[in-house]
Design a binder for this molecule. Structure first.
Ligand code: CTP
Length: 407
């Protein structure tokens, strides 16, 4: 039984696919999980609470109060009890409410109170699924660190054919098992991650920056946390807000500030992932007052910043893992490998600006992973969350390799 001792809150919403939640519940219970079912009022139109309570062995929670005796169903207690919250099927309405904290039922309040990871399996008709409003809600939920199990393609209840079917219950059970087994791999490990751009001040209103959105670094921090690690994320100025309690965010602005934080934190960690697009140059001097427009050209003298990854490479102990990124435009593989050697990295993640869908601002990335053996592993274009999962899997196997060598 692969889920023995695990506490799972299963949220069920009002979709035709709600009948599949019974099979899902049975699958989770068979694997040894203790499951508390929460149903939205409309879910009860599709499947009865009696079925779900019989299969889970617990009364189903649905209302804030019991109509009989006024007992209060505490969403806070449920949210804290859970090791995982699974919402399957999740309708477009529920996704929208989750994305914007519309707490008009017990499932949404439980979601907002949950301290654990949340896995969501959407189910709806194909046009609803691909509507930009729905896709935007899914992206918002992903950015909060929730895991989305993409719906499959096939025959839909409407008679149409396309993407929108909830993933089959047995595959969702496998995702849940994967979540818990992954979680163990980096338990009690501490990782440092850098993300976003740095801003190098010219005067009180201007700076030198770059287009980095921080999405890749935040996705990596989330995946490391999902794998059980404690994460310290040193972040340049980005718009992303962290909601994951396992990630401590330290906000910095300049390359110098990022360098100071990283050098002081790195020795306490088991490894670092250097995802930030750190400015390579910073102005030699800062003007206290706004530089005025003149007729002549303005020359700003720049000096190199410290190489954070390179300095951590010098500080690195035998047990620590150091992962860097390389954004290259030419001779990608050889440039990336020599960067790995120069900075004493264990792994380098190469993204090429020549690949459509890779690089700054976008939600996707296409990477090549190169280790010390210079044997590149090429990956397809994927969402940044999936790319982050590939990178974390590579980190886990790199740590296992180190452990074997030392044993
Ligand atoms: N990096 C860093 N500190 C810097 C510059 C880069 O920590 N001052 C890290 C990046 O986070 C990345 C790796 O080093 O993980 C490579 O960054 P990149 O900009 O590709 O390399 P550079 O060292 O700047 O080399 P070049 O400009 O020659 O490509």
């Amino acid at each position: 039984m692969r889920l023995s001792g695990k506490h799972i809150v299963l949220g069920v919403t009002g979709s035709i696919a709600a009948y599949k939640a019974a099979y899902l519940l049975r699958g989770l219970v068979k694997e040894g999980a203790e499951v508390q079912v929460v149903m939205t009022p409309s879910a009860k139109e599709f499947i009865t609470p009696v079925t779900m309570s019989a299969l889970s062995g617990k009364p189903v929670a649905s209302e804030f109060f019991s109509a009989n005796d006024g007992t209060w169903h505490s969403h806070v207690d449920m949210g804290q009890w859970a090791d995982l919250m699974l919402i399957a099927p999740a309708t477009a309405a529920t996704l929208g409410k989750m994305a914007s904290a519309v707490c008009d039922n017990l499932l949404i309040t439980t979601y907002l109170s949950a301290k654990c990871k949340v896995i969501i399996a959407p189910a709806m008709d194909l046009d609803m699924f691909r509507h930009p409003a729905n896709l935007r809600n899914i992206e918002i939920l992903r950015s909060y660190g929730n895991l989305i199990i993409e719906p499959g393609e096939g025959a839909l209840a409407s008679g149409l054919h396309g993407k929108g079917r909830m993933e089959e219950p047995e595959n969702i059970v496998e995702e849940v098992v994967k979540f818990f087994s992954q979680k163990k791999k980096l338990l009690n490990k501490h990782f440092l991650v850098t993300a976003g751009p740095t801003y190098e001040k010219i005067d009180p209103v201007r700076f030198i920056g770059n287009y980095s959105s921080g999405k890749m670094g935040y996705a990596i921090a989330n995946e490391l946390a999902l794998a059980g690690a404690k994460v310290t994320l040193v972040s340049g100025p980005v718009e992303i807000k962290n909601t994951n309690p396992d990630i401590q965010v330290i906000r910095v602005e300049s390359a110098k500030q990022m360098h100071e934080k990283c050098v002081s934190i790195f020795p306490e960690t088991d490894g670092a992932v250097m995802c930030a697009a750190v400015a390579d140059f910073t102005p030699v001097s800062f003007s206290d007052s706004k530089i005025k427009r003149e007729k002549d050209d303005l020359v700003i003298q720049l000096k190199p910043t410290s190489d954070i990854a390179g300095d951590l490479g010098c500080l690195k102990s035998e047990n620590q893992i150091l992962v860097g990124f390389a954004l290259e435009t030419n001779d990608e593989l050889s440039n990336a490998y020599s960067k790995l050697q120069r900075k004493n990295l264990d792994l380098i993640v190469l993204n090429s600006l020549n690949d459509t869908g890779a690089g700054f601002g976008v939600d996707t990335n296409k990477i090549t992973l190169i280790g010390k053996d210079n044997n590149p592993a090429f990956f397809e274009l994927k969402s940044k969350t999936e790319v982050a999962a590939d990178i974390v899997a590579a980190i886990v196997s790199e740590m296992e390799k180190k452990r074997k060598i030392q044993a």
